[in-house]
Design a protein around this ligand. Sequence first.
Ligand code: ISL
Ligand code: CA
Length: 569
Amino acid sequence: TTAAPWWTSAVVYQVYPRSFADSNGDGIGDLRGIASKLDHLERLGVDVIWLSPVYASPQDDAGYDISDYQAIDPSFGTLEDFDALLADVHARGMKLVMDLVVNHTSDEHPWFIESRSSVDSPKRDWYWWRPARPHMEAGAPGAEPTNWGSFFSGPAWDLDELTGEYYLHLFSRKQPDLNWENPQVRAAIYSMMRWWLDRGVDGFRMDVINFISKDVRADGSLPDGIVHDGALYGDGQPHYGCGPRIHEYLQEMNREVFAGRESAPLTVGEMPGVTVEEAVLFTDPARAEVDMVFQFEHVGLDHGANKFDVHPLRLTDLKASFGRWQAGLAESGWNSLYWDNHDQPRIVSRFGDDGEHRELSATMLATVLHLHRGTPYIYQGEELGMTNAHFESIDSYRDIETLNYFAEAIAHGHATQDDLLESLRVMSRDNARTPVQWDDGPHAGFTTGQPWIAVNPNSSEINAAAQHDDPGSVFHFYRRLIELRHTEPAVALGDFTMLMADDEAVYAFVRRLAGTELLVVGNFTDREQLVVLPAAEIWADAELVLGNYPDAGSVDIARPWEARVFRRL
Ligand code: ISL
Ligand code: CA
């Protein structure tokens, strides 16, 4: 057998640049701001930094709408700032992974400007241009080429008056989808990727990469989607999620971009809707596609008809889901592990308790996640136990998904304003986008100016400065979890067995590698719970490796939000 790849024992930290640290007082986080906080990340002990997009962008979707893949947006700095940051990251023994957003560009990208200019443009076919539905007039209600809805409300097609044709945008109208069927598009993207790797970056997180192959028919048309109960649009996802050529494209990308590079770059594909069976194919090393995928099953368990229709989590559903992913990728392939990112609400507010038991529940959630088999991702502020924003008014929100959803729901009379605001407080992406809380000073030390989005008023209590000096803090607990992955091979490579699968309160599992066994127990409630293990006696004298209470307690009782990791040899 060959040695395990380096990323099996690595921990990745996601930086959302706009909200991380502002160096020049314009209220927007930037590259120099990130550089100024590398001590924090080095101290935490993470191996890799993933940067959300810093490319030139009109910022319609906070940088996920790119107008130049080979330039830095002025609000974030310059290419020189980027090179300096990269050098500093490397000097500290860390790696830097870029976001790669190539399902779509900005409508202000020169490729789209050219494509839009005429039906005869040499780049016309770089995007998805289609006429109105047969026998319908362009612009008439329902005349869009398909009935698909966009992720950010409204139809997924926009009529361009200049040529009378529609273009496809799965996200905002300022994010037209690229046509990967066109080999010139693929070649241009691969060459851009090589340019960044040659500059020294260590890999890519690939935005909605399983959406790039659309289910196009021989005559060029695209199929309508089913209209689910109560939905305004058809569900196009079966026609673009993990489409017919997706594996071919990723294998080609691998050959053209990654093959033969000395320092095996990290590749992680963000893949909404991906199944375990598909993930096995995407991450089987023998197929050379991506190292791991971000799947969405566990962050959809509290969704109803849509993400803003919030349901309480059932712990047994969470265990069933993670259990299936652990088993499915046990033999070949690899999991990524995450609770949070810039699109998800804060985990301590979501599955924990962001009031009285904030620190206990944050550290319990971290323990359970990080002790699974897979590569853990920490989203900025998660290591401090940062909470949801709890905004009171729609005026506080900035995110396009949130604002469009609110406007559409109000326009269609789907809910009262109060109910809508309540669901935004639970699910809006802006919950994760408030500035990182560095200290208890003005604007939490994030900026000397006016922050682009409000700082959470709990920064007086929850902030990095206070936690750096407190060995009992959430920060130091994360530090110890990362250290454990680095020092205990069973954390990275052990196999996984779920215990107590039917229990609604306690999450328990065993990891096993050669002679080492780890037992992980997490209490998802604020009450004491019995821990009922098969062969409990074998754990009687096990060593407590990590716990979030000051004393060891007893193996068969879990205190409120308690987390413990035991080891026996
Ligand atoms: O947050 C979501 C909407 O409920 C997700 O469906 C999200 O849109 C999806 O995970 C894709 O996300 C990625 O691509 C988007 C961008 O807005 C997100 O920030 C990014 O993570 C379009 O580029
Ligand atoms: Ca700035």
